[in-house]
Write a protein that binds this ligand. Structure first.
Ligand SMILES: [Ca+2]
Ligand SMILES: [Ca+2]
Ligand SMILES: [Ca+2]
Ligand SMILES: [Ca+2]
Length: 254
């Protein structure tokens, strides 16, 4: 075999191998590894909000993990494991969350009292990606979505309020695994007023928002046992996303 032929064959082999490796590291498919970055892409598509991930649109979106403990004790993977995807269309964002939780707990019947001590999925949304304080303003929203679909957050007057009209949520649970499919309307926090005529924003390709996801896990205790989030808590208090948007991931609408 000539040196040139051998070199060409070796090069071809390396190219094919490179192709396989490139496929393996592609995070944009269901079969790919999960993306470890807190920043994320939302893919254009519209799912049916029925608590089932069977929509074709979800196949084009990458999974992002919820691996970081925002409390002193981290759960094992039997106790909690979570990941999510995000889609968007002109009207809203869509979040698919797959949550493994050994016990579903809702011990506070009033959805405005200790809503963060019952199991809940939390979606944090900062429409203009400004970051910063959002404890008593609408610079960002922290939607605490309860097992019954009620959506709670703190209002500027520091009262707890329902924001049910902001999020359409459907959940299906099989054994320890719950699938949450949530449509999230996007409001301009700079103009949003309590009780006002607030119109959700239309979304466009290329828009950047700040976004994060978390799960408050209680398993029959009087208070939450674990708080798990999509970005690492780098300072104290670790569970700070409810009042500060600085560490949310940047989400681009692709
Ligand atoms: Ca669906
Ligand atoms: Ca649990
Ligand atoms: Ca903002
Ligand atoms: Ca639980």
């Amino acid at each position: 075999m000539s040196m040139l032929l051998q070199f060409t064959r070796t090069l071809s082999f390396l190219c094919i191998l490179g192709g396989f490796l490139a496929c393996d590291t592609n995070p944009a498919k269901n079969t790919g590894p999960e993306n470890e970055n807190k920043n994320l892409d939302a893919v254009n598509g519209t799912p049916v909000l029925d608590g089932s991930a069977s929509d074709e649109a979800w196949e084009n979106a990458a999974w992002y993990p919820i691996p970081y403990s925002w409390k002193e004790n981290a759960p094992d993977s039997n106790d909690f494991k979570g990941r999510f995807k995000v889609l968007w269309d002109d009207n809203m964002l869509y979040v698919l969350a797959e949550i493994t939780d050994d016990t579903l707990t809702d011990i506070h019947p009033d959805g405005l009292i200790q809503y963060d001590d019952d199991d809940c999925l939390v979606l944090y949304l900062d429409e203009d990606a400004s970051g910063g304080d959002h404890a008593y303003n609408y610079n960002a929203f922290a939607y605490h979505i309860a097992l019954d679909g009620k959506v709670a957050d703190m209002a500027p007057d520091s009262s707890n309020q329902f924001f049910d009209e902001h999020c359409i949520s459907r959940r299906t649970t099989s054994g320890k695994i719950s699938v949450w499919e949530v449509g999230v309307k996007v409001y301009d926090g700079k103009t949003y007023t309590d009780g006002g005529e607030n119109i959700p924003k239309m979304l466009q390709q290329g828009k950047k928002l700040k976004f994060a996801a978390a799960y408050y896990d209680n398993d029959r205790s009087s208070e939450k046992e674990h708080v798990m989030g999509s970005f690492p808590a780098t300072s104290e208090p670790k569970d700070n996303a409810w009042q500060n948007a600085d560490n949310f991931g940047i989400m681009e609408l692709k």
